[in-house]
Design a binder for this molecule. Structure first.
Ligand code: XLS
Ligand code: MG
Length: 344
């Protein structure tokens, strides 16, 4: 039995289409997905604004709120909560050059419209967190926009969101690249600096995604620890990544087991979850996965997380203390490897 509550987004179960090939699995309806998520033991659903209200551009603000209320009734039916709402600022034609830091003022205004609607939807779904994955916020051509100006645009956009709703929390999910070439906010350190520069730093924090930290050449557990030390880790997107390449969103722990162990360890050691935080997954099935196995990567991620919780519970802190006193890090490292290999 885990001490944590888990969340997942509907995009984690998908048809398998990628930039190089068509779908390999049938689409699954939203309600069927969340019914299965509840059966798998998830407590909350992550949303994009247009997961809750598809074709969001076609509706008035009031119609958007009404459609969000319909989704809330669906969540209630399966005893699920909403964890966050994320404006999807990377698909629409108004976000070709990004959203908050687009070189087009009209498109920056559109990005704010989507951010405000995400807040409206969050209020109807009963959650107070907006996640900003800054997919296209940066440059494809370095000389196309000043990094100083772009950074200030991001801070200004967050300040507008904080002013629009006095309760909402803004959670930035940093990523160093992809689909953007040069990101403006690539690591948890950048997130903490942006938070400190806003009008209400207590309401601005971070979402650490394991794969995004690896893409930045950093250790996910250290990025998590950095945000925890600042009291600003609002959620996590646990998954895995085989080195620095395209974002793979692999099942948690399947590539870097010791790094996954240390992510679970730093969360457990620091009371993560005690203020209602969820362990969020952001994982995608392999394109080769069959329809029957459409949820297997989520089941695997949960099994690995819970197995690592048991390893952390077994961790011998007295032995660790002794190794540290003797500066016997070789001995400590072998102990950890034996623990993970089941030799201990
Ligand atoms: C990227 C993001 C993405 C969701 C949340 O990793 O988490 O998966 O769209 O914005
Ligand atoms: Mg993510």
């Amino acid at each position: 039995m885990s001490e944590f509550k888990f969340s997942v987004g509907p995009w984690n179960v998908h048809s398998g289409a990628d930039s190089y090939g068509p779908a390999t699995r049938d689409e699954i309806a939203f309600e069927e997905k969340i019914k299965r998520f509840a059966e798998l033991g998830f407590s909350a659903i992550q949303f994009h604004d247009d997961d809750a209200v598809p074709n969001i551009n076609d509706y008035t603000e009031e119609e958007i709120k009404e459609k969000a209320r319909e989704v809330k009734r669906l969540l209630d039916k399966y005893n699920l909560k909403a964890e966050f709402v994320a404006p999807r600022l990377w698909m629409d034609s108004h976000t070709i050059d990004g959203g908050f830091m687009s070189t087009s003022e009209k498109d920056r205004e559109y990005a704010m419209w989507r951010a405000y609607r995400s807040i409206d939807i969050a209020n109807e779904l009963g959650c107070d967190m907006i996640v900003l994955w800054l997919a296209r916020e940066g440059t494809l051509c370095a000389e196309s926009k000043s990094p100083v100006w772009a950074t200030k645009m991001l801070i200004e956009a967050i300040n507008k969101m904080l002013a629009y709703d006095s309760k909402i929390r803004v959670c930035i999910e940093p990523k160093p690249n992809e689909p953007i070439d040069r990101s403006i906010c690539g690591t948890m350190g950048h997130v903490m600096a942006i938070s400190a520069a806003t009008t209400d730093p207590d309401r601005v924090g971070g979402n650490l995604e394991s794969a995004h930290a690896i893409l930045a050449g950093l250790d996910p557990a250290h990025e998590i620890g950095f945000a925890l030390a600042m009291g600003k880790l609002m959620t996590v997107h646990l998954n895995d990544q085989n080195g620095i390449k395209f974002d793979q969103d692999k099942a948690f722990g399947v590539e870097n087991l010791r790094a996954a162990f240390n992510q679970v360890k730093v969360l457990k050691e620091n009371g993560y979850g005690s203020h209602g935080e969820y362990v969020g997954l952001d994982v995608k099935a392999m394109r080769t996965t069959t329809d029957e196995d459409s949820y297997k990567h989520l089941e695997n991620s949960l099994k690995i997380f819970k197995a690592l919780e048991a390893k952390v519970d077994k961790f011998d802190y007295d032995f660790q203390k002794k190794c540290v006193e003797n500066r016997d890090f070789e001995g400590l490292e072998m102990y950890v490897m034996n623990l993970l290999m089941g030799v201990e």
